[in-house]
Write a protein that binds this ligand. Structure first.
Ligand code: SF4
Length: 263
């Protein structure tokens, strides 16, 4: 059976991949243009550490902005991110379509995330799933220690005080996160604010990003789950399907042909 690591370019995922590397046939990373530029440095450092090539895949939409404009919405109120669907889920499914049979997939969840592991197993029952950090009772902190010992620098987003290596301006972030982005990456803050208004969907119900009080929110703890499969699962309605049933039909100047009206 083919064993694949879905490497997210986060620390936990890197350590999980390293722990299993002797059994892994392919390491797959899905790139998004909104990642911090230091991400590719990290991917290359990890590639050398793994001793195996990291395959870089990417959606033709490439960026969060393009994915949101293309589909005319940003995320569901339940938290499912539209960008994950287009920029990660579709790419992963294309990858999986190359292999007719079941795969063994290596994931970076840690020992505090066993409930998520169970959800993942339920949602992808045709594949075998491996959680090296859970099996070794490792936390995120342990994973960071292992990486530090390897001599590889963490992706720059961690050094800037973020809790994962998601896109800059992750649409799943809370108010404290966005106020930090406003300071660290003002051009991204401005662009996402404009996107919200264009599509007619506010990340914080009833309040536009450009109206956010700079004193609101605290940037503590993970801003949100690492982007990836858990984000995809959040987008799924309880009964299954592709999550699109939850998509808000909002005004969209960019894509009126999708039935949206100008906001
Ligand atoms: S990291 Fe955030 S912004 Fe980027 S694709 Fe995932 S949910 Fe979207």
């Amino acid at each position: 059976m083919l064993t694949v690591s879905y490497f997210s370019a986060g620390v936990s995922s890197a350590v999980a991949t390293k722990l299993m590397i002797g059994e892994i046939d392919r390491v797959m990373y899905t790139h998004i243009d909104d990642q911090h530029p230091d991400t590719m440095r990290f991917v290359k450092d990890c590639e050398a550490w793994f001793g195996k090539p990291v395959e870089i895949w990417q959606s033709p939409l490439k960026s969060v902005d393009a994915a949101c404009r293309y589909s005319g919405f940003i995320k569901t109120r339940r938290g499912g991110a539209n960008c994950t669907r287009w920029l990660k889920q579709r790419v992963r499914k294309n990858f999986e379509a190359e292999h007719a049979g079941a795969m063994r997939i290596v994931w970076g969840m840690d020992c505090t995330e066993s409930e998520r592991c169970e959800r993942l197993q339920r949602s992808m029952p045709n594949h075998e799933h491996v959680f090296p950090l859970v099996d070794r009772r490792m936390t995120k902190e342990h994973a960071h220690e292992v990486l530090r010992a390897s001599g590889i620098r963490r992706p720059a987003m961690y050094e800037l005080g973020y809790h994962n290596n998601n896109c800059i301006g992750c649409i799943k972030g809370g108010m404290g996160y966005w106020n930090k982005i406003r300071v660290d990456f003002p051009e991204v803050f401005k662009a996402r604010s404009a996107l919200e208004r264009l599509i007619g969907f506010s990340l914080f119900q009833g309040m536009w990003l450009d109206e956010l009080d700079p004193e609101r929110g605290r940037h503590e703890g993970p801003i949100c789950d690492d982007c990836g499969i858990m984000c995809e699962l959040m987008a799924l309605p309880p009964s299954g399907g592709d999550g699109m049933a939850n998509a808000p039909r909002q005004g969209c100047e960019a894509y009126p042909e999708r039935g949206c009206s100008a906001s």
